[in-house]
Write a protein that binds this ligand. Structure first.
Ligand code: PMP
Length: 394
């Protein structure tokens, strides 16, 4: 067998197990009204929770930014690629989430995979919710710290691991809103543990930023932890390609922490700075998120969430308890989940099937995600079609 035959066999195995992934090309903006292979589809799969990704004011800000600053940063931030508009964005982000300082990264994957290796090393320990995002897990692996995983949201299990630990430096790591389940981490209880055991609390608010908390300031603000005396322990990560509608991420926190990350985070240091035009567009996005229009978008989104949960009365399939725009319908079997996703598509609805390893084996699901860009009648159409397909035994 050649090296390439190994890959052929691996691909055949993915196909056999209904695990081969396929990309679909949309020819329209990311708005929920998509077009794939020439067909109109109503999409319920994006993280564009506030409907900002196709917002004309942001496209205009991006174009104006490109006119003013050019298309690329030209170098990494610590060489010549750092621009005043990056500073402006970092100041605005820190003010918005209520921390001393913030650092702008090119993607959430890079922020998450970079922060832990900057804070921990061999002989240290990281305590991780089992459902944390892959990018956090990669950061843990890169850090070389001992990884202690606890069952999802299980504080008693976390306590037991913390009590036993003799590591010098520790970090508790959690998604704020879990990306495939839509539930929310108990941040006050986690901060209390972090304080008790002198640990960092790394919070990935990829799915809460812009959506939860007053004016969309995120899950930490919603939990009222911003002014907590132990808040300096919180390493807050937010992503800017989801509710904020553009691209990138930030790490926010205590000024000393952020200065350390600027010195030590390899995924920040060894990459070309994100285009300054993106920072320019993100300043406009923050204004929209924070303003009255943002409140109106969040209010509409919350109405859609309540409406979907009222209408999607499923019996065999399981709509997970979630108050966020992520409304997962767990079907279980990979083939059945793919078949339901295909049947939805035949009805003009685009809801991606999520299979292992993204979710645990046996819990394949439709990850329904709602956006302020959806209309009520569209959400009703999705809920009713799901109920109908379940009844038909598709
Ligand atoms: N964290 C979570 C919880 C995510 O869901 C994602 C993206 N799906 C990321 C981080 C990565 O962010 P980005 O897409 O900006 O790389």
């Amino acid at each position: 067998m050649s090296l390439r035959d190994d890959l052929h066999a691996g691909l055949a195995a993915l196909e056999r197990d209904a695990l081969r992934r396929r990309r679909r090309s949309n020819t329209l903006p990311c708005a929920p009204r998509a077009q794939v292979d020439g067909r109109a589809l109503l999409a319920f799969g994006s993280n564009d929770y506030l409907g900002l990704a196709a917002e004309p004011a942001l496209a205009a800000a991006l174009a104006a930014g490109a006119q003013r600053f050019g298309t690329g940063a030209g170098a990494s931030h610590l060489v010549t690629g750092h621009h005043a508009v990056h500073d402006e964005l970092e100041t605005a982000l820190a003010r918005f989430v209520g921390t001393e300082r913030a650092l702008y990264f090119s993607t959430g994957y890079m922020a998450n995979s970079g922060v832990l290796p900057a804070l921990l090393g061999r002989g240290d320990a990281v305590f991780s919710d089992r459902l944390n995002h892959a990018s956090l897990v990669d950061g843990m692996l890169l850090s070389r710290a001992t990884i202690q995983r606890y069952p999802h949201l299980d504080l008693a299990a976390l306590d037991a691991l913390l009590e036993r630990s003799t590591a010098r430096r520790k970090a508790i790591v959690t998604d704020a809103v879990f990306s495939m389940d839509g539930d929310v981490a108990p941040l006050p209880a986690l901060l209390e543990r972090a304080a008790r055991h002198d640990a960092w609390l790394v919070v990935d608010d990829a799915h809460g930023f812009g959506v939860l908390g007053p004016q969309g300031r995120g899950t930490v603000a919603e939990a009222g932890l911003g002014a907590h005396p132990e808040a300096w322990r919180i390493v807050l990560i937010g992503t800017l390609g989801k509710a904020a509608g553009v691209a990138g991420a930030f790490v926010a926190g205590d000024a000393t922490l952020v200065e350390w990350l600027l010195q030590k985070t390899r995924t920040y240091i060894f990459t070309t700075g994100a285009p300054p035009a993106l920072a320019h567009a993100l300043l406009e996005s923050l204004r929209l998120i924070e303003g009255d229009g943002g409140d109106a978008r969040r209010a509409h989104l919350n109405r859609l969430i309540a409406l979907f949960r009222e209408r999607a009365l499923l019996r065999r399939w399981r709509l997970l308890p979630s108050r966020t725009p992520i409304q997962p319908v767990v079907i279980g079997d990979n083939d059945e989940t793919l078949a339901v996703s295909a049947a939805l598509e035949a009805a003009g609805l685009w809801v991606p099937a999520i299979r292992p390893p993204t979710v645990p084996a046996g819990s394949a699901r439709l990850r329904v995600s709602l956006s302020a860009a959806h209309r009520e009648d569209e959400v009703i159409r999705l809920a009713d079609t799901l109920c109908e397909l379940e009844r038909q035994g598709t």
